[in-house]
Design a protein around this ligand. Structure first.
Ligand SMILES: CC(C)(COP(=O)(O)OP(=O)(O)OC[C@H]1O[C@@H](n2cnc3c(N)ncnc32)[C@H](O)[C@@H]1OP(=O)(O)O)[C@@H](O)C(=O)NCCC(=O)NCCS
Length: 198
C-alpha cells in the first residue's frame, strides 16, 4: 500500500499504511494495553497478552478482513481493522471497525490516514455497512474521526459499560459502504454467489 500523508497542519505525521503482520503485534499490544488500562475507549478491563492479540490478528486475517498498521520511521504508531459486528450470519455484510493510535501520536492525522484505506478495503470486499461501537460518550476524538469519515451517530447504549467505578455509554455510529442498502448484494463477502430474496 502506498504512503499516505496525514491531514494538513504543522503537526501532521507522514505515515505508511500497510497490512499488519505478526511482527507488529508487540507494538499493537502496547498501544491497545494503554487504552484498556487507562480509558473507557475499550470495554475490556484486562490488557490482552501478545499471544491473545496474535490470535485475534490471525482470526481477522483468516476471514479475509483487513488489519492495517500505520508506520512512522519504522515504528508502528497506530492500527485499525475490520471485524465481524455480530457472528450471526445475517450480519455478514456488516463490519465493525476498531482503531487505536499510540498515545504520543494523537491528533496528528494518523487516525485519518488509517480510516480512509480501511473503508476502501471493506467496501472493495463487498461489505455494505460499517459500525463503530465507541467507548464512552466523552470520546470526542473517536466521534470526530468517525464523523469526518461519513459515520452518523445512530444512538447510544446507555450505561452499558461499567469501568473505573462508573457507568459508560457505548455510542453507535454507522456509515454505508459502496452501494449500501440501495442494491442487493451480487456476491457474498466470502466470494460466493449471494442468496437472493425469497
Ligand atoms: C480516536 C483516534 C483513533 C483518532 O485518531 P487521531 O490520529 O488522534 O485522529 P486524527 O488526528 O487523524 O484526527 C481525526 C479527526 O478527528 C479530529 N479530532 C482528533 N482528536 C480530537 C479531539 N480530541 N477532539 C475533537 N476532535 C478531534 C481531528 O480534528 C480530525 O478531524 P479533521 O480531519 O476534520 O480535522 C485516537 O484519538 C485514539 O486512538 N483514541 C483512543 C482509542 C479510541 O478511542 N479508539 C477508537 C475506538 S472506537
Amino acid at each position: 500500500m502506498s504512503a499516505s500523508s496525514a491531514s494538513a497542519g504543522a503537526a501532521s505525521l507522514k505515515v505508511r499504511v500497510r497490512p499488519a503482520t505478526e511482527e507488529d503485534i508487540p507494538a499493537i499490544q502496547e498501544i491497545y494495553a494503554h487504552y484498556v488500562l487507562t480509558t473507557s475507549a475499550s470495554f475490556e478491563e484486562e490488557a490482552p497478552t501478545v499471544a491473545e492479540m496474535t490470535a485475534r490478528l490471525q482470526r481477522i486475517q483468516s476471514r479475509g478482513m483487513p488489519y492495517l498498521v500505520a508506520v512512522h520511521k519504522n515504528r508502528v504508531v497506530g492500527y485499525a481493522y475490520g471485524g465481524a459486528y455480530r457472528e450471526r450470519s445475517a450480519y455478514r455484510y456488516t463490519i465493525e471497525d476498531s482503531i487505536y493510535i499510540a498515545p504520543d501520536m494523537l491528533g496528528r492525522g494518523v487516525g485519518n490516514s488509517l480510516m480512509e484505506p480501511l473503508i476502501q478495503k471493506c467496501t472493495a470486499l463487498g461489505y455494505r455497512q460499517m459500525i463503530a461501537v465507541i467507548g464512552d460518550s466523552a470520546n470526542a476524538a473517536s466521534i470526530a474521526l468517525h464523523s469526518r469519515h461519513g459515520f452518523a451517530v445512530i444512538g447510544a447504549l446507555r450505561s452499558s459499560g461499567f469501568k473505573f467505578g462508573r457507568w459508560s455509554d457505548a455510542v453507535l455510529m454507522q456509515r454505508p459502504l459502496g452501494e449500501g442498502d440501495t442494491t442487493l448484494p451480487k456476491r457474498d463477502v466470502s466470494g460466493r454467489k449471494a442468496k437472493r430474496a425469497r
